[in-house]
Design a protein. Structure first.
Length: 182
């Protein structure tokens, strides 16, 4: 192993170390955000339970409505408390990872669909241009063939049909064959 190869390995490790440090910072930032979200959800749940209890005491809610509202808000509080734990943060990170993977796959699918659409449009336009060029050539060839046939028929009509080999009409047999008259 030469010094140049060692140098390349050290550079790769240094660049990778920077990326790992950036990923670690992103993970820590996400953890802080999830925990603060958990605290906010817990606060909403506890506040909702307190408001439900007060509304029940003042007669705004009957016993059954207060029980249902308290149950739902207790679940919200438990969810907020769970998000503040390390397990909750891990679950949130896994959900975030799954959502990121899903969005990346959807982006790849949409990009490949767009590329396919562009390719098909390009091929379709090329096919239309090639077909138009072929049709133009075919029309020109047909027009030239029709004109040549018309000239041939006109020349044939002027040529007497009897005694062709004698050179009737002032034209020799060789000249008539050169023009295409048999």
């Amino acid at each position: 192993m030469s010094f140049h190869e060692v140098s390349i390995v050290v550079r790769a490790v240094n660049r990778a170390s920077n990326e790992f440090a950036r990923i670690n910072t992103d993970v820590d930032s996400l953890s802080v955000r999830v925990r603060s979200l958990g605290a906010a959800i817990t606060g909403l749940g506890v506040t909702g339970v307190a408001i439900t209890h007060i509304a029940s005491e003042f007669g705004l809610l009957d016993a059954q409505q207060a029980r249902v509202a308290s149950s739902v808000l207790s679940v919200v509080t438990a969810l907020g408390l769970f998000l503040r734990t390390s397990w909750g943060v891990e679950v949130a990170q896994r959900v975030y990872t799954a959502a990121t993977i899903l969005s990346a796959n959807v982006t790849w699918i949409l990009n490949s669909a767009l590329a396919m659409k562009i390719a098909l449009l390009t091929l379709g336009i090329g096919l239309i241009v090639a077909t138009a060029a072929y049709m133009t050539w075919l029309a020109s060839s047909t027009r030239d063939a029709a004109s040549a046939m018309s000239d041939y028929n006109a020349q044939l009509a002027r040529t007497p049909t009897q005694n062709m080999s004698a050179g009737v009409g002032g034209a020799s047999l060789e000249e008539l064959r050169r023009r295409g008259v048999e």
